[in-house]
Design a protein around this ligand. Structure first.
Ligand SMILES: [Zn+2]
Length: 295
């Protein structure tokens, strides 16, 4: 197995933007978005002007080939180079970490199982990172993952994925979920986000992003702070066929347990990443409340 890493290096120095696709092998949109970008650069439609653009279209090749999330280990957890390599993904860690070690800004493209559109996972409360995240043309944001799980402040390598690892090396890092795995527009969401990232970092000429500037959409920004995770009880069912970021009112039934008891929304808020067919005991959905972008 070989990991393909494509680098464009204009003469003018500048930041290093890294874009990752298919860190999870069944999430195809990032690979397609990067493929389109490479074709456009090679055809002269997009011209990098400074810095370094590192593209990894298929970060987990074996999982991509098998169209599975991962082979032995989730590459987006416990990410650091390991002496003792027990799993297939352990061999990818040093390759991926080396790429991230030379990264100034990371854009990691994913997709998800629930029905729904694109959103951005916010991590660090860092002004530059927020500015970068909000430049990508995606109006929905979620944050507070660790708090929802009650693992905030825990010094565990378990939660260290691409963005967390890159931040330990001083990079700005954003995960963009381009929508459901099968959304027809997911690759386009990813492609446009890469172009916007290049424009935000002043790494391409004006002609390259002229099409983006013509778009005038006024969309409402939604920022959701994740508050709690619900795990599925045996035979429990959704009260509604929830999509990601569906709004719920305080006391509205979100789910029904086998004994008929209802799980009601603790507040006005949103359903986050509902997975209707989760196994018993598995993460079923999250509840979060609307808020402003973290300062
Ligand atoms: Zn993913």
């Amino acid at each position: 197995m070989t990991v393909k890493i494509i680098t464009y290096r204009p003469i003018e120095p500048g930041p290093t933007l890294t874009v990752l696709g298919a860190v999870h092998g069944n999430e195809r949109c990032g690979a397609l978005a990067i493929k389109r970008l490479v074709e456009d650069i090679d055809a002269g439609k997009i011209t990098p002007t400074r810095g370094t653009l590192q593209l990894v279209p298929i970060t987990n090749p074996k999982a991509f080939e098998q169209n599975v999330r991962f082979v032995d280990r989730n590459l987006n957890r416990y990410l650091y180079p390991k002496e003792d390599k027990q799993h297939y993904e352990d061999h990818l860690d040093p390759i991926l970490c080396e790429v991230l070690d030379r990264t100034t800004v990371l854009l990691d493209l994913h997709s998800y199982t629930s029905k729904g559109g694109p959103f951005i996972f916010l991590g660090a409360n860092n002004r530059d990172e927020l500015d970068f995240a909000t430049s990508l043309g995606v109006p929905d944001f979620a944050f507070g993952w660790a708090e929802a799980f009650g693992t905030e402040g825990e010094d565990s390598k378990e939660s260290q994925g691409t963005t967390e690892y890159a931040r330990t090396k001083g990079a700005l890092a954003v995960t963009l979920e381009c929508g459901n795995h099968f959304n027809a527009d997911a690759p386009d969401v990813g492609y446009r986000a890469i172009l916007r990232a290049l424009a935000h970092l002043d790494m391409v000429d004006a002609k390259s992003v002229a099409t983006l500037k013509e778009e005038k959409r006024s969309v409402t920004q939604r920022v959701v702070k994740m508050k709690s995770v619900y795990r599925r009880d045996e035979s429990a069912i959704f009260a509604h066929p929830w999509k990601h970021f569906d709004p719920v009112a305080k006391d509205q039934p979100m789910a029904k347990l086998a004994n008929g008891d209802l799980i009601r929304a603790p507040d006005d808020g949103y359903i986050v990443l509902p997975k209707e067919q989760a196994d018993t005991g598995e993460e079923w959905f999250f509840f979060g409340t609307g808020t402003a972008l973290p300062k």
